[in-house]
Ligand binder design. Structure first.
Ligand code: ADP
Ligand code: PMV
Ligand code: MG
Length: 388
């Protein structure tokens, strides 16, 4: 039996980092997906009693005899897919030492936390069944577009679909969404996976990846944003690698050193995100309103970027993108954890295609990679392959 699941990446329009400290943030799913194929052996011939994980994006394959899985993660014998649990620091460290056997190349060392996350989710949701799992993604990894959340959400979705603990319709054709209860459970499990990769995630990335669309998120609570404003954002990948866990920890350290100043910074971000959400929610399609709203959004993005600088998460590559887009009177801000990664540039509705092509040309000349992605599409979906 084979199930496939896919979950989208995201952009954070306002409020990254501050959201970890209780401020509001606004995010949207994007039309780039991480996909998982999960196959349980259907016959004894198929069953070689191993759990295999193939990570296509980094060309790595991991395999464990089921007996070894029971030794490493004994909770797999008594797993309970319906109650998400946190992997302890001790267990994370232990699994990381077990992964040393695989000699993961230094360039891909960040992948180890993704593998720990996989093992935790798998053994918690499906116990110690043999299986072959393949993951591939359209998202750049470690670039601020939420690949870690899309990884955890798509894995949780595929695992839950075969766990017997949520209701799924095996007879539907094509990609289908889970029901509300299954979505909630997949989101909770994905959050547990994100904790292993991010350390202290806010939960915004897994939530927007699970439910899709445009959301406002504050202190774990989600508000769906209904908007008829066509928001067009250019996404520029600086291709400077960074790690969300380290950046989130560096902001927490800065908060410890300057609690009052940082609390004020986070409070300012809260106002920015709330205003951002209310502009896109209330917008009309009259040309004057669109231009006026775009100007307000552009100013909020500029202020948010300034505050992200105060948090210490900008980077020279990000500042270069900002300077290039400013030459064309366009406003940009980093998205996600910063420190490199991706930058968003607001593309006003009346901006000509010629100008857009020129900006993209100049950014690509500097060695950056530009993406134009659909904003606010579907969240987690699954499909069954009946041939297997
Ligand atoms: N397709 C994938 N294959 C393997 N690991 C992945 C994949 N997508 C995400 N990951 C895990 O997530 C990590 C990147 O997460 P993170 O630093 O939060 O950046 P972002 O979420 O912005 O892409 C990777 O180092 C890896 O552990
Ligand atoms: C910095 C943060 O706000 C977003 C991180 O996003 P990403 O992993 O860089 O895609 C952290 C979080 O909210 O968990
Ligand atoms: Mg991430």
């Amino acid at each position: 039996m084979e199930v496939r699941a896919r979950a989208p990446g995201k952009i954070i329009l306002a409020g990254e980092h501050a959201v970890v400290h209780g401020s509001a943030a606004v995010a949207a799913s994007i039309g780039l997906y991480t996909s998982v194929s999960l196959r349980l052996p259907s016959s004894d011939v198929d069953n070689d009693d191993t759990l295999t994980l193939h990570l296509m994006d980094v060309g790595l394959e991991f395999s464990w005899p089921i007996g070894r899985i029971k030794e490493i993660l004994p909770h797999s014998v008594n797993n309970d897919a319906s109650s998400p649990t946190t992997c302890s620091e001790e267990t994370i460290k232990f699994i990381l030492t077990v992964l040393e056997d695989f000699n993961i190349p230094e360039a891909n060392i960040g992948i180890a936390s993704g593998v720990v996350s996989f093992l935790w989710l798998y053994t918690s949701i499906l116990g110690n069944k043999a299986a072959k799992v393949i993951v591939s993604s359209e998202l750049p990894l470690g670039s601020g577009l939420g690949s870690s959340a899309a990884f955890c959400v798509s894995l949780s979705g595929a695992m839950l679909a075969l766990s017997g603990s949520v209701e799924v319709d095996f007879d539907q054709d094509g990609w289908v969404s889970f029901g509300e209860k299954a979505q909630q459970l997949a989101n909770k499990w994905a959050f547990e996976g994100e904790k292993i990769i991010h350390g202290k995630p806010s939960g915004i990335d897994n939530t927007v990846s699970t439910f899709g669309n445009l959301i406002k998120f504050k202190s774990g609570a989600l508000t769906c944003i209904k908007s008829n404003m066509t928001l067009k954002m250019l996404i520029t990948n600086t291709k400077v690698g960074r790690n969300t866990k380290a950046l989130v920890a560096s902001v927490a350290e800065r908060k410890k050193r300057h609690p009052d100043a940082m609390t004020s910074v986070f409070a300012a971000v809260d106002f920015i995100s709330n205003e951002f959400a209310s502009i896109i929610q209330s917008s009309s399609n009259f040309d004057d309103d669109v231009t006026n709203n775009e100007q307000r959004i552009s100013e909020l993005m500029e202020m948010n970027q300034g505050l992200l600088r105060c948090m210490g998460v900008s980077h020279t590559s990000i500042e270069t993108v900002l300077q290039t887009t400013a030459k064309y009177d366009l406003t940009s801000k980093l998205t996600g954890a910063g420190g490199g990664g991706c930058v968003l540039t607001l593309l006003p509705a009346l901006l000509s295609a010629t100008v857009i092509d020129k900006v993209i040309g100049e950014l690509e000349q500097d060695g950056f990679q530009c993406l134009v992605a659909e904003i606010g599409g579907n969240g987690l979906e699954f499909r069954f392959d009946r041939r297997s």
